[in-house]
Design a protein around this ligand. Structure first.
Ligand SMILES: C[S@@+](CC[C@H](N)C(=O)[O-])C[C@H]1O[C@@H](n2cnc3c(N)ncnc32)[C@H](O)[C@@H]1O
Length: 194
């Protein structure tokens, strides 16, 4: 990743911290991905050669930038979904300014609905960073859409373990899945479909 993109991400993290500090309502905060979690996601995407990446929860596009840069490195592509068109509009402009527009499609759509429409085994890397309590209701699609060797990552596994637990339990019940939690950012639940 070049220094310009790192600077863009750092500035977005700083802007998000300033913005979020002024908002009482959690849903009004941007809640962008922490830098170490972004670094982890970026490395994971490249090390697994993820070419088809789906992100649920664009917000201002911090995680989108990490994923898009990783996708560019391996000739891949990111589909980023959010129900908030305004936030996604900001992310789209940031991604375009960063020269990564060719590597990202933005879509205003509910993540569960979008996953339900995707074919089996179509996704190399699925990143969930939306409303955590909804993930289990999307089952089996977060698992079904993963290809063999594909990886699911869900943010906030350590900050909100009780909200991630239903998804975690569903994954643990699958016979061909390796699940772990990585202590970066707010905690990343990681599941590999073997
Ligand atoms: C934690 S923020 C995402 C932060 C983003 N990944 C980043 O690093 O900048 C959560 C986002 O998920 C979106 N969201 C909430 N429920 C959703 C759903 N069912 N489908 C798609 N997006 C959803 C919200 O509008 C919000 O923008």
């Amino acid at each position: 990743m070049d220094v310009t993109l790192r600077k863009t991400i750092a500035e977005l993290n700083e802007a998000a911290a300033r913005h979020d500090a002024t908002r009482q309502d959690r849903l009004e905060r941007w809640r962008v991905l922490e830098p170490d979690a972004g670094e982890f996601l970026w490395f994971l995407a490249q090390s697994t050669g993820a070419r088809i990446i789906v992100e649920v929860g664009t917000s201002r596009g911090v995680s989108t930038l990490w994923l898009a840069d990783a996708a560019r490195a391996v000739g891949g592509h990111v589909l980023s979904l959010d129900t908030d068109a305004d936030a996604q509009g900001h992310a789209r402009r940031t991604v375009t300014d960063a020269g990564l527009a060719d590597h990202v499609d933005f879509r205003v759509e509910d993540g569960g609905t979008a996953l339900a429409r995707m074919p089996d085994g179509a996704v190399d890397l699925l990143f969930l960073d939306a409303e955590r309590t909804e993930y289990a209701s999307w089952w089996p699609h977060p698992y079904r859409v993963l290809r063999q060797g594909g990886v699911l990552v869900a943010d906030n596994a350590l900050s909100h373990p009780e909200e991630i637990a239903p998804l975690h339990d569903l994954l643990l019940r699958q016979p061909h899945v390796t699940v772990t939690t990585i202590n970066v950012g707010k905690g990343e639940l990681v599941a590999l479909r073997r």
